[in-house]
Design a protein around this ligand. Structure first.
Ligand SMILES: C[S@@+](CC[C@H](N)C(=O)[O-])C[C@H]1O[C@@H](n2cnc3c(N)ncnc32)[C@H](O)[C@@H]1O
Length: 401
C-alpha cells in the first residue's frame, strides 16, 4: 500500500495549522500512542495490518458468495441477532423491544422474525420528522397482532401507512430524540412499568456518532428498566466529547486528553478508506517523498488501521462507562464480516442473572405491596360502608320512636 498525507488530509485539518506539518505531527503522535495502547490492551497481535481483536462469539460465518447473495441489511440483522442470542438477549414475551434511531424499523422486524418468542411490544424511536418510505411498521404490527407463527425470511412488504390491522398499542413509533426517551412512560397492553416483571431490550443499528452516547446515557438513567442492549455503532467522526459515555476511562484509565478524543474521532473516518488506484498511489508517493518527512508520514494501511483503532478505543470507553454503571457484562463483538459493513462492531450489555432476579423480586414485592394496599383500601371502604349503614338504621329507629 502506498500514498501518504497529501492525498488524504487529517479529516477537518484543512486550514487549521499554519505549518502544514504541525497537524500531521499531532496525528503521528496520536497514532503512536494509540498503537501502543492497543498492544498494551491486548487488542492487536502485531503491526498495523492486524485486525482489532474483539470477541467473535456469536458471529455466523458468512462466505463471500453468501454475503453477495444476501441483502447486506439482512446479514447485519442476522449477525446482531446471533450476537444477542449468544449472551442471553434473545427476546422474551415479557420484553419490550426498543429500536432507537430506527429509520424504517427494519432491525426490529429482523429481530422479531428470528426470535422464537415475540415481545410484549415494540417501540421505534426516530428523531427525524420525515417518516421514511417503506417502513417495516405494518409488518411489525401484523406480526405482533398475529402473535406467531413466524413468517419466512423476506424483505418487509412495501407499505406507506400502517395496515388496518395495525395495533398502535403493540407498536409505537415515537418522533423523539433518544436523549428524551422516558422508558417509564411507555405503556403497552401487555406491559406497564408498574405491573412488572417486563423489561426493555434496547437496540440500534448505526445510530451515528453521538447518538450512541445519548442512547447509553438514556439507558444508564433508567437501568432498572433495561434487561440489555445491543448497539451497532458507526460514524465515530460525529462523536463529541461533551456527550461521550466513556470520559472517565478515556482520561483516567488510558491517560488521553479531550483534545485527543476530538482528533481520534476525526481520524476514525480513515477506517473506511478505499484502496487507492495504483496510478494515484504512485503520484502520491512521489509527492509525499518530496513533501513529507518519512518520520511523520502514514501509509495507506496505517491510516486504515488507525481509523479502526480510533473507533475501537472510542467504543471501549463506552463499554467501560456501561461497566461502571451497573452493566458489568458490557463488551464489544464483531457481528459480521467487514465485507458486509466496515461498521461491524456491536456494543452489548445485559443484566446478570442475579441482577435480573433481584430486579424481578423487587417488582414482585412492589406488586405484592400494591395488592396489599388495594386489599386494605377495600377493607377500609367496607368498614365505612357498614358504619354508614348502621348510622342510617339508628337515625331511622330514632325517627320511628
Ligand atoms: C444511519 S441511520 C440508520 C437507520 C437504521 N437504524 C438502519 O440501520 O437503517 C441513523 C438514524 O438514526 C437517527 N438518529 C440519529 N441521532 C438520533 C437521536 N439522537 N435520536 C433519535 N434518532 C436519531 C437518524 O435520524 C437516522 O434515521
Amino acid at each position: 500500500p502506498g500514498g501518504g498525507w497529501t492525498t488524504t488530509r487529517p479529516p477537518g485539518s484543512a486550514g487549521v495549522a499554519r505549518d502544514p506539518f504541525d497537524g500531521m505531527r499531532q496525528v503521528r503522535d496520536l497514532y503512536d500512542r494509540v498503537l501502543q495502547l492497543h498492544r498494551d490492551l491486548g487488542l492487536v497481535e502485531s503491526g498495523p495490518v492486524a485486525e482489532v481483536e474483539v470477541d467473535r462469539d456469536g458471529c455466523e460465518a458468512q462466505g463471500a458468495a453468501e454475503v453477495q447473495s444476501l441483502d447486506k441489511h439482512v446479514a447485519q440483522h442476522q449477525g446482531l441477532h446471533s450476537a444477542m442470542r449468544a449472551v442471553g438477549l434473545e427476546l422474551r414475551s415479557s420484553d419490550v423491544l426498543v429500536e432507537v434511531g430506527a429509520g424504517r424499523g427494519r432491525l426490529a422486524l429482523g429481530l422479531l422474525q428470528r426470535s422464537s418468542a415475540l415481545p410484549a411490544g415494540v417501540v421505534l424511536v426516530e428523531r427525524d420528522k420525515a417518516r421514511p418510505r417503506n417502513t417495516a411498521d405494518a409488518a411489525i404490527a401484523d406480526l405482533l397482532a398475529d402473535h406467531f407463527p413466524r413468517p419466512s425470511e423476506k424483505r418487509p412488504r412495501r407499505v406507506e401507512a400502517p395496515s388496518p390491522s395495525t395495533s398502535p398499542a403493540l407498536l409505537q413509533r415515537l418522533e423523539l430524540d433518544v436523549r428524551h426517551l422516558d422508558l417509564g412512560g411507555v405503556s403497552m397492553p401487555g406491559y406497564s412499568p408498574s405491573a412488572g416483571p417486563s423489561s426493555f431490550v434496547v437496540v440500534c443499528k448505526h445510530l451515528c456518532g453521538v447518538g450512541a452516547d445519548l442512547a447509553i446515557h438514556m439507558v444508564q438513567r433508567q437501568k432498572h428498566l433495561v434487561r440489555g442492549l445491543c448497539f451497532a455503532t458507526c460514524c465515530h467522526h460525529h462523536c463529541q466529547w461533551e456527550d461521550y459515555a466513556g470520559k472517565t476511562w478515556w482520561t483516567e484509565s488510558i491517560g488521553m486528553a479531550p483534545a485527543d478524543f476530538a482528533l481520534a474521532a476525526k481520524c476514525s473516518s480513515w477506517a473506511s478508506l478505499r484502496p487507492e488506484p495504483a496510478k494515484d498511489r504512485d503520484l502520491a508517493s512521489t509527492r509525499d517523498s518530496k513533501a513529507l518527512p518519512s518520520a511523520i508520514a502514514l501509509q495507506y494501511a496505517e491510516r486504515r488501521f488507525f481509523g479502526r483503532a480510533c473507533k475501537s478505543l472510542i467504543d471501549l470507553g463506552r463499554v467501560n462507562g456501561l461497566r461502571m454503571s451497573g452493566f458489568p457484562s458490557a463488551c464489544l463483538q464483531r457481528y459480521c464480516e467487514s465485507g458486509v459493513t466496515v461498521e461491524n462492531t456491536a456494543l452489548l450489555a445485559w443484566q446478570q442473572q442475579q441482577q435480573e432476579q433481584e430486579h424481578q423480586e423487587e417488582q414482585e414485592l412492589a406488586q405484592e405491596l400494591g395488592e396489599q394496599e388495594h386489599q386494605e383500601n377495600q377493607e377500609l371502604a367496607q368498614e365505612e360502608e357498614e358504619q354508614e349503614l348502621e348510622e342510617q338504621q339508628q337515625q331511622q329507629q330514632q325517627q320511628e320512636e
